[in-house]
Design a protein. Sequence first.
Length: 240
Amino acid sequence: MQSEIDVLKQFIGESSYIIFFGGAGVSTESGIPDFRSVDGLYNQKYKYPPETILSHNFFMSNTADFYEFYRAKMLCTDAQPNPAHIKLAELEKRGKLKAVITQNIDGLHQKAGSEAVLELHGSIHRNFCMACKASFDVDAVKGHTGVPCCNCGGVVKPDVVLFGEQLNDGVISEAISHIRKADMLIIGGTSLGVYPAAGLINYYKGNKLVLINKSQTPVDGSADLVINGSIGKVLNEVVL
């Protein structure tokens, strides 16, 4: 793996517009559960399947059951940034990394110090009243029992993209713009199985496409560098 790390360092040194595209594997190294692994949420037993609970229709029709699951499994507010988050924040401060595009909703990139973060699937840290659009932080949801409601009487909804909902057009457009400009694209901690988010990488036309993941992905064959391993351990080897 050391030779691959050396190539990664060389690529970073030669690049001035790096974009990072990350998935659940970045957060699991901070102890946050994912969905699709052996121990993931999809392989645990609940009253309803997680993909059903985390859907727009279920939220609207079974809001109390949604929040029972959401508070127990999705609000990992005690999690801390791992070496991957920290190294990416350092790369941004050095002017190398121009944006993090993440499928995660935990806010750990910002907690590590990253500022240019595009959250494709929203964030647990933003919540809004469905009636008057008033904003609430995560504590207003986590510290509540039952269904959180606004003073106006409206139901408070997390600003996360549930199954059956569309991604934010503005976030998508900005992500595409960054990927098109990138002279290096690092994809980490994702099997690239979640669409439409995974399709964004097709906008990259450069020659420094790097994949860092513990398992194979559908685009390994077209990457310029593939490193099979922990995203945190790999990025931690990069000395700036």
